[in-house]
Design a protein. Structure first.
Length: 201
């Protein structure tokens, strides 16, 4: 999908955009970007405190509805200021936050004859999940079950909870379960080295 140099740019733009918005209430002005950033991709921006690595914000676009650079800029500000689970990030906090960018493949509907088949169709360490039932929808990125040491059934249950639904809602025949993959670029420390974590292979 993207090489490490492109990944470094994504994380750099996300950090600088948050910094610009927190200080001036304006988006970062970017003169030029790689052509690949002008194609539509889903993307999430995740903020972690350092060195404890507790979640500080995570918002993004599950679907490829915007050019990557536009989705990235909006998601970076949203993760810092619009995540309803957290207070807005203060400007002085940013120096203690690690930025992580996850670029997503388009969600793919998992088709099964019986809902009990779902766990066998999901590969922890590769897949992210979306659970949709009625008007509710929840998403968890591919790195989450690895970090939490969940198996595929735990992963399904927690994605249901994320949607505000009962944890066994994935067994409801009306539920739709989607999977996707992600390519992750993350700082190892605030403004530090950027590494790739690939959950696609």
């Amino acid at each position: 999908m993207f090489n490490l140099e492109e990944g470094k740019k994504l994380v750099f733009f996300a950090r600088k955009n948050i910094e610009s918005y927190l200080n001036t209430r304006k988006n970062l002005e970017i003169q030029s970007v790689p052509e690949s950033f002008r194609k539509n991709w889903g993307v999430f921006v995740t903020l972690h405190t350092y060195p404890k690595y507790s979640l500080r914000g995570c918002i993004g676009y599950p679907e490829p509805v915007l050019p990557l650079i536009d989705a990235l800029l909006d998601a970076s500000i949203s993760s810092a200021t619009r995540d309803p689970r957290f207070q807005k990030v203060r400007p002085d906090e940013l120096k203690n936050l690690v930025i992580e960018v996850t670029v997503l493949t388009p969600p793919e509907l998992i088709k099964v004859q019986d809902t009990e088949e779902y766990p066998s169709k999901i590969e922890v360490g590769k897949d992210g999940l979306i659970v949709e039932l009625g008007f509710r929808k929840g998403l968890l990125l591919p790195q989450v079950p690895v970090e939490e040491k969940w198996d595929s059934e735990d992963f399904l249950c927690h994605t249901c909870i994320k949607a505000g639904l009962p944890l066994d809602c994935w067994m409801n025949k009306e539920a739709k379960i989607y999977k996707f993959q992600g390519q992750i670029f993350s700082e190892t420390r605030p403004e530090g080295e950027i590494i790739e974590k690939n959950f696609m292979e």
